[in-house]
Structures are given as structure tokens and as C-alpha cells.
Design a protein around this ligand. Structure first.
Ligand code: GAL
Ligand code: MN
Length: 302
């Protein structure tokens, strides 16, 4: 039986077709995309997991998943859709603590949350450059983990707010240290990854290094892992600032540096971070979370 399955897989692979085979109990396979990294971290795509099995593992643990978003300045206008769509698709059935970092807690929209889900607001100053909000994010998350989150949750996801959930985004995304492949660089070659290339920055990545280009809009994992990640990025951001150098993509550049030396244990495919501005490709069977097309001039302070 095993041999027959193997033969079947080999035959299909030979045809180079985009396929999905699901044998009972054992083999679930996507042949058209990379589903595992060279360090054996899974890359999560539709067709590589069974939600019922995953929920069977995580639901009994009664885990709480912290979820941070920054809704500063005009970005607060994204919060309503973000939260409403999250209530429909994001970790449905799990305990969620949303931590909303904002300069205007009074403008947090009233959104009905399901049982086991709650929302906290954490005050941050208004900044006059959007880059500053990005740069300070690591430090605010690190502090919040230290002071509050670590007592209240066991996993954390740090998400951008200018996004909308469109489909199931669930417990299959949980892992020790989780990164998402940036949708604009899925098929790009390493030399075109927008890493920081100036050696003066601590986010500097040498031309011979780097596995994937990860998006800063989604990262997460166990609280302690993300505490280490945000702490290290914060230190590096502070040192860079002292040298008056700002990495090309702010905290995303430092995040990418971090993931080269601290390999993520799970990677999320572009299903987990898509963009409304991208033309869909055949490998994308489902969009779970998408960046909203925005008028940057209208929402950014600079
Ligand atoms: C953009 C994204 C930025 C940054 C950049 C990297 O699509 O909006 O936040 O990730 O890609 O090139
Ligand atoms: Mn964003």
C-alpha cells in the first residue's frame, strides 16, 4: 500500500502538476509549493494541515493567545474592520487577548467579542513620522510582555492593523517562533530581498546569507521566544539610532536579521499575509489575511 502511494506521488511529481493528495491518516501533501525549510520547519499552506486534528491538540490546552496591534494616529480607522474580521476568522474558539497600542484609546471602536476574548488598550505617544511608530514597536511589545502579557497568555502574535481577515486563520499557525513569508518576495531570489545592506547597521545581512524575506506585519510564537526577539531587535534599533542609521525597512529589517540567526520553527505562507494590491497566483488557494490597499498620504503623518 505504501509503495503504491509512493508510486502515485512520484508519477504526479513527474508531471510537475499542481496537486494535492490526502490519504487517510498519514500523507497530506502539496506538491506545487515548498512545504518545509532546509532546517525542517513546516511552511503552512492550505492542504498541509487538518484543522480538526490541530484543534484536537490545542483546544484542550485552553491556551490564551495575545494579539498586539498598533493603531496610532489615523491608522486607528483600520481597527474596526481588523477586529470585526478577526472575530469571524482569527483563532475562532480560542481565548484571545487583543492588546491595542494607541495614542487615542477613546477612539477604539466598540466591537462585540466572542466569549473568552477580551481587549486591552495600551497608551503610546503619537509620533510625527510613521517610521518612528514602526521602530518603537519592538520596544513597546517587549515592555508590555514584561509588565502584563506574560502573565496573561502563552502565545503571542504581533500583527499590523491595516489588514483584514478573509478566511480561517487558526491554531495551525501556532509554534515556538513563527515568521511569515513576505508576499512580494515569495518567488524572488535572495539577491533581490530588501535586507539592510549597509554594514554600519546591526540589521546588515551579507549577500551570502538569508533564507526567506519575512514580513514584519505578522510574527509570533511562545511568549518567551517573542520576548527575546523583541528585546534583541529593540537593542539593535537603539544602537543603530545612536549611530544615526535607520534600517531600510525599520523593524522589519531587524526582524529579518534575527530570523537568520534564530530560525523560525514554523513559517506561514503568503495565505497568512497577502495584499489586496497583488494579483493572485495559482499556488494561493485561500487568502486568510490581506493588507488593505490604502491611500498612504491620507493615513501617514509624514
Ligand atoms: C511592502 C510593505 C512594507 C515592506 C516592504 C518591503 O510591500 O508594505 O512594509 O515590507 O514591502 O519591501
Ligand atoms: Mn502594514
Amino acid at each position: 500500500h505504501k509503495m503504491l502511494n509512493l508510486l502515485f506521488i512520484v508519477l504526479l511529481m513527474g508531471k510537475q502538476s499542481s496537486f494535492l493528495i490526502q490519504f487517510p491518516f498519514v500523507v497530506i501533501l502539496r506538491g506545487d509549493v515548498l512545504t518545509v525549510t532546509s532546517w525542517l520547519a513546516p511552511i503552512v499552506w492550505e492542504g498541509t494541515f487538518d484543522s480538526a486534528v490541530i484543534d484536537g491538540i490545542y483546544k484542550p490546552l485552553n491556551v490564551t493567545i495575545a494579539t498586539t496591534v498598533f493603531a496610532v494616529g489615523k491608522y486607528i480607522t483600520y481597527l474596526k474592520d481588523f477586529l470585526e474580521s478577526a472575530e469571524k476568522h482569527y483563532m475562532v474558539g480560542y481565548n484571545i487577548n487583543y492588546y491595542i497600542f494607541t495614542d487615542q484609546p477613546e477612539n477604539i471602536p466598540a466591537v462585540t467579542l466572542a466569549a473568552g476574548r477580551s481587549l486591552w488598550s495600551l497608551r503610546v505617544p503619537a509620533f510625527n513620522r510613521w517610521q518612528e511608530i514602526s521602530l518603537q514597536r519592538m520596544s513597546f511589545i517587549r515592555k508590555a510582555i514584561e509588565e502584563q502579557i506574560r502573565k496573561e497568555a502563552s502565545f503571542i502574535f504581533c500583527l499590523d492593523v491595516d489588514m483584514r481577515f478573509d478566511n480561517h486563520w487558526g491554531a495551525e499557525a501556532l509554534g515556538n517562533l513563527v515568521a511569515v513569508i513576505h508576499p512580494w518576495f515569495y518567488q524572488a531570489s535572495r539577491d533581490s530581498f530588501p535586507y539592510e545592506r549597509r554594514p554600519e547597521s546591526l540589521a546588515y545581512v551579507h549577500a551570502d546569507e538569508g533564507d526567506f524575506y519575512y514580513g514584519g506585519a505578522v510574527f509570533g510564537g511562545l511568549i518567551d521566544e517573542v520576548y527575546k526577539l523583541t528585546g534583541t531587535c529593540e537593542e539593535h534599533l537603539v544602537i543603530d539610532k545612536g549611530k544615526d542609521i535607520e534600517a531600510v525597512w525599520q523593524e522589519e529589517s531587524h526582524l529579518n536579521w534575527y530570523f537568520i540567526y534564530n530560525k523560525p520553527t514554523k513559517l506561514l505562507s503568503m495565505e497568512y499575509l497577502w495584499s489586496d494590491e497583488k494579483v493572485k497566483i495559482t499556488e494561493l488557494k485561500v487568502v486568510r489575511l490581506s493588507t488593505i490597499k490604502k491611500n498612504l498620504a491620507a493615513v501617514r503623518p509624514n
